[in-house]
Design a protein around this ligand. Structure first.
Ligand code: AMP
Ligand code: GLY
Length: 424
């Protein structure tokens, strides 16, 4: 089959890489892709690929924005089997206020919250006063993982509410915001394949590192690293999340006439009172995808096609190997990333055993040699390694990361550190 991957970041590189390994796939096209993706797929502009969408037997949509905008609906209407929910289901990510309403209707545990629009500033501030300890303010709409403030300072939370509702911080995405109680506990990302029915097939859990700095300090980012498997996420935890969160949500969606096909990503906090949903995303996590796909032993293309066509039947199996990815980011990320810095050491890193470098934000130097890239985004490279244990995969990933450099490069040095100790 011919497969199309929509998107051009590290997640899409991992998806294209996984599809290219499939015996049932004859060609992978990524649109727009990126210089790293070119090693495993043909890259072409999105408009051109969408213009000939009927040429593909499977379309996999990577990022949330086109899903929220209804790209999966358009492609399905043209007869292209498409992995990704329609605009109706994608609203789970496109509107946090709506997502919370669905969770409430489905009886799914989540943080206590209120949703407030621009004229409700006083009500939002009054709601903040009913919380204590840890305050959370989120944009209702999409903000590339950056629209969340988690703070112990009520003054900072109040400022965030004012800033969001005025539209200064995130434009219209923030003019409605969700204010909620802070939860504590380890976080977990569970990606679940869905075929439009009310049961899903969970993939192996992963853990993501959201803050920019070591020790979970600094602002939230799109994700600075990830690993899988996760020692705390035993099969009982996965069963509890499927039964207590994912399946009730799929049932509630079905009750509203929404057939959800693609991946449902549950962002969870394992609180002392049990798992609670922090958020749903309607696509693979980035960078969680980069550590889950390399561990998949069964055929990614088959799973995506089955989800797209409404019948997940093939067993999903994972290798016992662990996988760790470390995100190399540019100077100034996440607030004001600098781009255009030449990347050194890539070939040396990629030559190491067990290492794959997924490109997240790179560009070719115009007129330069084919193997030269420059930074072209905040998150630049996802240095990914597999190994028999988390500790071994982590050591390989960091060995590779240290060989790569550009002016102002930054990355966390503690990705999967604790898990590596727990599962040495
Ligand atoms: P979200 O985009 O909703 O997942 O939020 C991004 C990150 O903010 C999460 O991964 C958590 O680290 C943090 N976060 C979100 N909601 C809460 C909450 N209610 N309590 C504590 N931390 C949270
Ligand atoms: N890694 C977090 C996300 O994909 O939203």
């Amino acid at each position: 089959m011919k497969a199309l991957v929509v998107g051009g970041g590290g997640r899409e590189h991992a998806l294209a890489w996984g599809l290219a390994r499939s015996p049932s796939v004859t060609q992978v096209v990524a649109a727009p892709g990126n210089p790293g993706v070119e090693a495993v797929a043909a890259c072409e502009p999105l408009d051109r690929a969408l213009g000939r969408a009927e040429d593909f037997d499977l379309a996999v949509i990577g990022p949330e924005a086109p899903l929220v905008d209804g790209l999966a609906d358009d492609l399905r209407a043209r007869g292209v089997p498409t992995f990704g929910p329609g605009a109706d289901g994608a609203r789970l990510e496109g509107s946090k206020a709506w997502m919370k309403e669905v969770l409430a209707a489905a009886g799914v545990p989540t943080a206590r919250h209120g949703a407030f629009a621009e004229p409700d500033l006083d009500a939002a501030l009054a709601f903040l006063d009913t919380l204590s300890g840890l305050y959370v303010v989120k944009t209702d709409g999409l903000a590339a993982g950056k629209g969340v403030v988690v703070t112990e300072s009520v003054a900072e939370a109040r400022d965030a509410v004012r800033h969001y509702l005025s539209g200064e911080a995130f434009g219209d995405a923030g003019r409605t915001c969700v204010v909620e109680e802070g939860l504590t506990g380890p976080e977990l990302s569970l990606l679940v394949l869905c075929d439009g029915s009310t049961t899903g097939v969970p993939l192996e859990p992963a853990q993501d590192f959201k803050r920019v700095g070591d020790g979970d300090t600094g602002p939230n980012t799109g994700g600075m690293g990830a690993y899988s498997p996760v020692p705390i996420a035993d099969p009982d935890v996965v069963d509890a999340v499927m039964a207590g969160a994912v399946e009730p949500t799929l049932i509630e969606l079905a009750r509203r006439g929404i057939e959800y096909r693609g991946v449902l990503y549950a962002g969870l906090m394992l609180t002392p009172d049990g798992p609670k949903v922090l958020e749903y995303n309607v696509r693979f996590g980035d960078p969680e995808c980069q550590v889950v796909i390399p561990r998949l032993e069964t055929d990614l293309a088959t799973h995506c096609l089955e989800a797209a066509t409404g019948r997940l039947v093939a067993p999903v199996r994972f290798a016992a190997d662990a996988c760790v990815t470390v995100v190399l980011a540019s100077e100034g990320y996440p607030s004001s990333p600098r781009t255009g810095d030449p990347v050194d050491g890539l070939a040396e890193a990629e030559a190491l055993d067990g290492v794959t470098v997924f490109h997240a934000g790179t560009a070719r130097v115009p007129g330069g040699p084919a193997d030269r890239v420059v930074t072209a985004g905040g998150r630049v490279l996802d240095v990914t390694a597999v190994g028999p244990t988390v500790a071994a995969a982590r050591a390989r990933a960091y060995d590779a990361a240290r060989r790569i450099s550009w002016p102002g490069i930054q990355y966390r040095t503690d990705i999967a550190e604790r898990a590596a100790v727990e599962v040495p």
